[in-house]
Design a protein around this ligand. Structure first.
Ligand code: HAM
Length: 400
């Protein structure tokens, strides 16, 4: 019988990669703490309709990429492809907006999209992200972007921030009209764009196919159509970014692949790959049945960040190597060192001192504390530096 394998695009994460993963999530968690965010933990499965109504029916995510299934009661469910929809659903359902003047929530967890798996693109991937609900001030856009910027600094990733404004229901219709009429005269678009040009024309600007990029080079851009409110919002955001020295590139073709955005959209890009993305969505909460509430958020793709992250260098590993009948003493030593916060492994494998030291080496020990009957009698331990091979006698574990 053949061994069972993991499903394509569903990866196991272990050893160094798992360390990178945690380094990334801990970095964001620390930033969420100092920016005063609270955690929200949400279900992985939601009604499919939630994503139809938020991410949008004419998006790749909903049309092509969702894991959809019926449960035993014939409910149509989906594995969440992203986190924002669930946060908004929960905030409305639990009346959270009535409990606080504004909400700052962060989340972390697996998301699912049926994409073609490749480096940095998985079918099960992980996001860490946040949503700020109830603030329309462009300074809140700035704060969210600043937090991301700090994260990349802490992760030591050199990154490009791209921003754009995609307007609002006041100004977008006239832009959409201009864009649609421009696209009507364009021939040779890819099959997807042929469909998008009438149903979701903004997405044509985002197409990755070279001929489509070329054909739409001269297309009108949203920035030229912004209403006064959107234009002022965008200008203020840029002023904050300039004032606090956050470098950015304006990309008038940045439109994002989800329908709920208004005004500010942004992406943090490295070598052509978007590692983190977000934007404002001032109408989503109302459109899902909640009170009219402005909002902004982002999500970072943890697997993508991992491609550019070095795991932090490790703290030293202390091993306890014992001979003959000193196992109990070895356990006591380990207990004591752990109480002092040291990372400790008792070498429980290997039949003699030599073998135990070899094993200690193989698991990456920095030090071995060697105990045998002679040492026990004298009330000492031998501390061996596994790199220099130096050995010294110590009396007190506190001296380690
Ligand atoms: P998104 O751009 O669809 O936005 O995804 C955010 C990030 O998730 C991407 O920039 C990428 O790093 C990562 N990502 C997406 N798909 C995959 C995949 N198949 N494999 C690995 N990583 C992936 C959102 O999801 C919005 N909810 C962000 C947001 C929050 N906007 C406002 N609030």
């Amino acid at each position: 019988m053949e061994n069972i394998k993991a499903i394509r695009g569903f990866d196991d994460v272990f050893f160094e990669e798992a360390k990178k993963f945690r380094f990334i999530t801990n970095t964001f968690r620390e930033l969420f703490r100092i920016y005063n965010f609270e955690e929200i933990i949400l279900p992985i499965v939601e009604y499919k309709e939630l994503f139809d109504r938020s991410v949008g029916e004419i998006t790749d995510i909903v049309q092509k990429e969702m894991f959809v299934f019926e449960d035993k009661s014939k409910r149509v469910l989906a594995l969440r492809p992203e986190g924002t929809a669930g946060v908004v659903r929960s905030v409305i359902e639990n009346g959270l907006l009535y409990k606080k003047p504004f909400l700052k929530l962060f989340y972390e967890g697996p998301m699912f999209r049926y994409e073609r798996p490749q480096s940095g693109r998985k079918r099960q991937f992980h996001q860490i992200g946040c949503e700020v609900l109830g603030l329309e001030d462009p300074a809140s856009d700035f704060e969210v972007i600043k937090l991301c910027f700090e994260a990349f600094k802490m992760l030591n990733i050199d990154i490009t921030l791209e921003i754009n404004s995609i307007g609002c229901p006041v100004c977008r219709p006239s832009y959409r009209e201009a864009l649609t009429s421009y696209l009507t005269n364009v021939e040779g678009l890819c099959k997807d764009c042929e469909e998008r040009r009438f149903k979701n024309p903004l997405r044509v600007l985002d197409c990755k196919v070279e001929t489509c990029k070329d054909l739409t080079k001269e297309a009108p851009v949203m920035l030229d159509y912004l209403c006064e409110d959107c234009s002022n919002h965008y200008k203020s955001l840029k002023t904050y970014l300039d004032t606090f020295n956050i470098p950015y590139k304006e990309n008038p073709r940045l439109v994002r692949g989800l329908d709920y955005y208004t005004k500010t959209v942004f992406e943090f890009i490295k070598d052509g790959l978007t590692l983190l993305a977000g934007g404002r969505y001032d109408n989503l909460i109302e459109s899902l049945g909640g009170p009219k509430t402005p909002a902004i958020g982002f999500a970072a793709g943890i697997e993508r960040l991992m491609l550019f992250t070095e795991a932090k260098s490790e703290e030293p590993l202390y091993t306890v190597v014992y001979i003959e009948d000193t196992k109990l003493e070895a356990i006591k030593v380990a207990n004591e060192l752990r109480k002092n916060g040291k990372r400790v492994e008792i070498i429980l494998k290997g039949s003699n001192l030599k073998k135990k030291l070899e094993i200690a080496d193989k698991i990456g020990a920095s030090f071995a504390i060697i105990i045998g009957p002679d040492e026990l009698k004298k009330g000492i331990y031998i501390l061996k530096n596994m790199f220099t091979k130096e050995q010294k006698e110590i009396k007190n574990l506190g001296d380690i």
